[in-house]
Design a protein around this ligand. Structure first.
Ligand SMILES: [Zn+2]
Ligand SMILES: [Zn+2]
Length: 248
């Protein structure tokens, strides 16, 4: 995978001269368009995360009125992270793009998706000022199947554009966990216990954990617990898509 990614980075500018830019999701031509990344039609199909939602885990509420407030889960068990930023609701074209990126090997979507994440983080990065970007790791067996870790690709893009160090191997998945969809919150929690470990201790850094999707938040909680226990001063989370409660 590495040589392909390297080629993509090094030759992207040169290729643009010969290959007109297209939307990486629907292949519509972007010639003459101001925006980079996804075309306006695809962007219009990506539901934004609008208030009200939970300020800690970004869970969106079904009503369009009211202000942000803690969800029941965060009230009952305060998460080990400060906040969650999400590029949108895990639905529509955003869900399609993430699934294509993750399961169909469409890693040419990494730049456009990372740009969505960067937009969602703009204000927060100034106040939180993370010193490390940490991708949620895949277990080596899953990495072999998929050949790349989608969270690491996102973290690399963000790191490069926001000038923040990426720690690709700091957090490690030491125990394989079965796929999470369809499991209850308690089953996920049991599943994830002791699944992660730190490669080295931290010394009071502010860490931004990166993943593609937050469903129940169990993975982010497990990772943030390990980071905090290993010496991180504070942890916040950035994901592309935040699942709504009815999708659990
Ligand atoms: Zn498009
Ligand atoms: Zn919450």
């Amino acid at each position: 995978m590495l040589p392909v990614v390297w080629l993509k980075e090094e030759w992207a500018g040169l290729l643009e001269i010969f290959l007109p830019p297209v939307c990486p999701l629907c292949s519509k031509s972007l010639v003459g368009m101001v925006q980079k990344g996804f075309c306006a039609d695809c962007r219009a199909g990506m539901p934004p995360l609008t208030p009200p939602c939970c300020p800690r885990c970004a869970l969106p509420y079904p009503t369009a009125s009211g202000s942000d407030h803690l969800c029941e889960e965060c009230l009952r068990r305060p998460p080990p992270f400060l906040w969650t930023a999400a590029a949108g609701i895990y639905d529509g074209e955003l869900r399609r793009a993430i699934r294509h990126f993750k399961f169909n090997g469409a890693f040419h979507l990494d730049g456009a998706l990372a740009e969505l994440l960067r937009e969602a983080l703009t204000v927060r990065l100034d106040s939180f000022a993370p010193q490390l970007l940490v991708p949620v790791p895949l277990h080596p067996s899953r990495l072999r199947q998929r050949s790349f870790n989608q969270a690491l690709l996102l973290a690399r893009h963000l790191g490069r554009h926001c000038h923040i160090a990426v720690a690709p191997r700091l957090l490690q998945r030491v125990r394989a966990t079965p796929p999470q969809p369809g499991l209850s919150v308690e089953e996920r929690r049991r599943n994830l216990r002791q699944a992660f470990a730190l490669g080295r201790p931290l010394t009071g850094e502010r860490v931004l954990l990166i993943d593609d999707v937050m469903t129940t938040g169990a993975t982010a909680r497990a990772c943030a617990e390990v980071l905090r226990a290993g010496g991180a001063a504070e942890v916040a989370v950035a994901v592309l898509g935040r699942a709504q409660r009815q999708q659990l």
